[in-house]
Ligand binder design. Structure first.
Ligand SMILES: NC(=O)c1ccc[n+]([C@@H]2O[C@H](COP(=O)([O-])OP(=O)(O)OC[C@H]3O[C@@H](n4cnc5c(N)ncnc54)[C@H](O)[C@@H]3O)[C@@H](O)[C@H]2O)c1
Length: 259
C-alpha cells in the first residue's frame, strides 16, 4: 500500500516540536500523510512544513504552525489548550525540538550546558506534562515519542573528523536523560491509556549535522540516515500497531550504536 493510501492515523491530532525543518519536518509530513492533523511548534518559522503538508493533497488533514519556545511553560500550556479547544483532542505528541553543542568538557560553559539541558530536557518535560495533564488523561489515550540520540546511549557520537568534537557532554546528558524520562513517564501514564517511547537517531543528514563528516563506512549500514528514516520509526510507535509497546528506545542509526 502506498504511503498516501495509509489511513491509520485518520482522525488523530498530532503535535510535533522543532519541525521548521530537518527530522521534525519529515515527522510532521509522515504523520499527515497517514491522515493525522498536525500542529507544528518551533522557535523558527515553520510555514514551509505546513505548505508541504498542504501539498500532500489530503484535503481533510488540518495543519498549522506556531512560533513557540518549548522552554516557556505558559506558552506551551496556552498553545496546547488552544489546540484542543480548536481541534477537539491532542492524541500524539512528538518531542523533537533540540539543540546540540559539539564542544569538549573543558570548553562547555554554563550557557552551553543550560541551552542543551533546558531545551532537550526541560522542554520535553513541559510539553509532556502539559499534553498529558489534562488532555491525554481526559481522553484516556495518547502516544508520546521523544527524540533522543545515540549520543545519550554511547556518551557522545564521534564526528569522524579530529577537527570537530564529538557531540558534547551537555547534549549527551540531555539525550540520556530523555531516555530515563521516557521510561519514567511510561510507567506513570500506561495505566491511563497512554504510551511513551523514544527514538534514538544516529547520524542523520540535517542542518544540525551539515558540517560533520561521520564515519559512515564503519557502520553496518554504510549510509547517512535521512530524516524520513526517523519519521518512519516515529509513525510506527504512534500507530495502533504499537499499542503494546511503551518505555522503549528504538535506535535508528544504521547499526552505528549496536550494543
Ligand atoms: N541530525 C542528527 O544526526 C540527529 C541525531 C540524533 C538526534 N537528533 C535529534 O533530532 C532532533 C531534530 O534534529 P535535526 O537534526 O532535525 O536538527 P534541526 O536543527 O533541523 O532541528 C531542531 C529544531 O528544533 C528547533 N528548536 C530548537 N530550540 C527550540 C526551542 N527552545 N523551542 C522550539 N523549537 C526549538 C529548531 O528551530 C529546529 O527547527 C533533535 O532533538 C536532535 O537532537 C538529530
Amino acid at each position: 500500500m502506498s504511503k498516501k493510501m495509509r489511513q491509520e492515523l485518520g482522525g488523530k491530532v498530532s503535535v510535533v516540536t522543532g519541525a521548521s525543518g530537518g527530522i521534525g519536518r519529515a515527522i510532521a509530513i509522515e504523520l499527515a500523510s497517514r491522515g493525522s492533523d498536525v500542529l507544528v511548534l518551533d522557535v523558527n518559522d515553520s510555514s514551509e512544513t505546513v505548505a508541504a503538508i498542504d501539498g500532500l493533497g489530503r484535503g481533510s488533514v488540518r495543519s498549522r504552525s506556531e512560533i513557540l519556545d518549548i522552554r516557556d511553560r505558559t506558552a506551551v500550556q496556552v498553545s496546547l489548550d488552544r489546540l484542543v479547544a480548536d481541534w477537539g483532542s491532542l492524541d500524539i505528541l512528538v518531542n523533537n525540538a533540540g539543540t546540540g553543542a559539539r564542544v569538549s568538557l573543558e570548553h562547555t560553559t554554563d550557557e552551553i550546558w543550560d541551552q542543551d539541558i533546558d531545551t532537550n530536557l526541560k522542554g520535553v518535560f513541559l510539553m509532556t506534562q502539559s499534553a498529558v495533564y489534562p488532555h491525554m488523561v481526559a481522553a484516556g489515550s495518547g502516544a508520546i515519542v521523544n527524540i533522543s540520540s545515540v549520543s545519550g546511549i554511547i556518551g557522545g557520537a564521534p564526528s569522524g573528523d579530529s577537527r570537530i568534537a564529538r557531540s558534547g557532554p551537555a547534549y549527551a546528558a540531555s539525550k540520556g536523560g530523555i531516555i530515563a524520562f521516557t521510561r519514567w513517564v511510561a510507567k506513570e501514564v500506561g495505566p491511563l491509556g497512554i504510551t511513551c517511547n523514544s527514538v534514538a537517531p544516529g547520524p542523520v543528514a540535517t542542518r544540525l549535522t551539515a558540517s560533520v563528516a561521520y564515519p559512515i563506512d564503519a557502520q553496518p549500514i554504510q549510509r547517512i540516515g535521512l530524516p524520513e528514516d526517523v519519521a518512519e520509526a516515529v509513525a510506527f510507535l504512534v500507530s495502533p500497531g504499537a499499542s503494546y509497546i511503551t518505555g522503549e528506545t528504538l535506535k535508528v542509526c544504521g547499526g552505528s550504536a549496536i550494543s
